[in-house]
Design a protein around this ligand. Sequence first.
Ligand code: NAD
Length: 433
Amino acid sequence: MNIYEKLLNKEATLSVIGLGYVGLPIALEFARKIKVMGFDIKADRIEQMRKSIDPSGELEPEAFEGCDITFTADPADLKDANFYIVGVPTPIDKHNLPDLTPVISASHAVGKALKKGDYVVYESTVYPGCTQEDCIPILEQESGLKCGEDFKVGFSPERINPGDKKHTITTITKVVSGCDDISLDNIAKTYELIVEAGVHRAPSIRVAEAAKIIENTQRDVNIALMNELSIIFNRMNINTYDVLEAAGTKWNFLNFYPGLVGGHCIGVDPYYLVYKAKEYRYHPQIINSGRFVNDSMGFYTAKQLVKKLIAAGKNIQQSRVLVMGVTFKENVSDIRNSKVADVICELKSYGVNVDVVDTHADSKELKKEYDIELTTNVRDDYDAVIVAVNHDAYMQIEEEDLKKFMKNTTNPILVDIKGIFRNKIKDLDYWSL
Ligand SMILES: NC(=O)c1ccc[n+]([C@@H]2O[C@H](COP(=O)([O-])OP(=O)(O)OC[C@H]3O[C@@H](n4cnc5c(N)ncnc54)[C@H](O)[C@@H]3O)[C@@H](O)[C@H]2O)c1
């Protein structure tokens, strides 16, 4: 009986290592079909999951119903599993270099638990070559077993989109790969258990790794182009969204918009590719330029507002700005690597008084990460309001609602980073990217 059949008969257990935005939905989806063990190093998160609470705030308690799953923070329990899926974070360090610490440490934990016939599939986003060059040697060293002969390894990148209820683990085609034909077949069949959209069998692990990294790199570079266009059109006093709407009527014009690129995927993954490319003596220009432009947009936005405040005759030190939305994107609570924090810090560095509200973010987390707290006392004398994130709740706002925050000031300014109030503002001094 092969591993797939064993999983199906519940004679083998699938374990997911790292139960965050990626790991938990996968674990729960599999747990509707087969026996699953969820492992995470954070015992407090495990405690929450045991009570059917998703610590990342994405899933409702109903998602845990009818699941054959146990949760553990004890790596010794991993010995009871046979098919390991690794979904731990792959961040960058302060020099924008890949930080493989979680992947390496997860590989040590899995390696210690490996037995003959076991499978390990990495889902964390990495550069091409990482699984074979960085992870498999650890698995072999810890287990004393040989990859390909004693155990199998694969890579299947995660493509979910935080906050997106339409494109989910079951509805997105899953790219799968394996270290040989047998493993590819078993890994593909296993994922087919949960992915209704089907799987794409990549010819190698490196192809699957590269496919994922270029998906986000492509987005990053395209958004950077829109941001650069926005800087140019701002100088020309042309609204970028008007331009994009007009250009978008051509059949092959690509659908990208300017914006703040934050989070732990699009703004991070290109650095993994840049790092690996250098090993091959190539210094990427376009990818790095994209990163430079996108990483600068928070500071740029703040500077544009400061210029407008000065032009409106405001004393910068006494001026007040309300920022609406601080998460890295709409309708999520995740504030990691939010470029709105750059806008706020830059404004504060000029002496501007900044208040922040958000319908999704957690004030304690903000305080810890950025030393920013959410305000509970929204005023009526802000000199400017920045709508930084297009949370659903902010999409319903009218100009009259915004004016209430600025009724006791002169020449109030609206900064509409996402362009959601375009053509709707009559009285406020309007600026968007
Ligand atoms: N969030 C997304 O939408 C998304 C989409 C596609 C790909 N990815 C990729 O998936 C991977 C995971 O991202 P995420 O957003 O789920 O991260 P996350 O930070 O939400 O979750 C990671 C989890 O792993 C745990 N963890 C850390 N080190 C561990 C270890 N050594 N052993 C066990 N558990 C450990 C953490 O406690 C946390 O619960 C990353 O490589 C990311 O780039 C994420």
